[in-house]
Design a protein around this ligand. Sequence first.
Ligand code: GUN
Length: 290
Amino acid sequence: MAELIDGKVLSAQIRSEVRTEVENRIKSGKRAPFLTVVLIGEDPASASYVKGKAAASAEVGIGSDTLTFDASISEKEVLDVISRLNADQKVDGILVQLPLPAHIDERKVINAIDPAKDVDCFHPQSVGNLVIGIDGFQPATPAGIVEMLQRSQIPTAGKHCVIIGRSNIVGKPLANLMLKKGIDSTVTVCHSRTPNLPEIARQADILVAAIGRANFVTADMVKKGAVVIDVGINRVEDATRERGYRLVGDVDFEAVSKIASFITPVPGGVGPMTIAVLLQNTLKASNKQD
Ligand code: GUN
């Protein structure tokens, strides 16, 4: 039976480390780090994520502010907001919650964020630094996964890490992090057009599922003793639940946990780690602005 990697416990460790560093900053006469979140439109999932980010910030002593705009806001107005936040010395980190309404070009908005305040690590300059291996902001979900592996003493050097999914938020940045000197994995990225995906997945020492399909990774796709990281958050109908659905990952947890050596649950796995990395990035941003 696989050992559970508990994202709630590990993210609490990171949050406690950030809290200590924030306290030390304040003791030395510096101000608390400050994060501004921009939320556009009425998407309930986005609203809930943003609430979580604000609450986690407050808990570690990071100040935060959420600017909420109607979905009808123009692209020009959003760019003006970003420009104002870039110029505001009290704002260390800027996070524009995605997705944006269809009439706003996501790329234009991300590109407008000052890279020194890009705590999401979505700006092309941040992504470029990540690819080259220059230290800077960490992409939240990929860095959260690396924290999970390292804090669980799971070796990565020379291990074959197979990532299922090639998104800009998870698959691509994770591939770059796992390749970094010091982490040193051999990396394969599979996606929806990979014909022999199960065969490749079976070669993984570390298998990361980030494809966004419930129960996509089945037991026959996992090598005995592999480490399985489940990034998926999928809603499946469940009439026994009050809200009518439950959250499941991309991995058939029940069957795969009998084969893997370590596995992350959903919820309570990768999810809580991403907010912890956002807090680390906001602290880093404030240390850079001093
Ligand atoms: N929407 C879903 N995940 C994320 C994230 O990590 N950052 C932002 N800004 N929006 C998201």
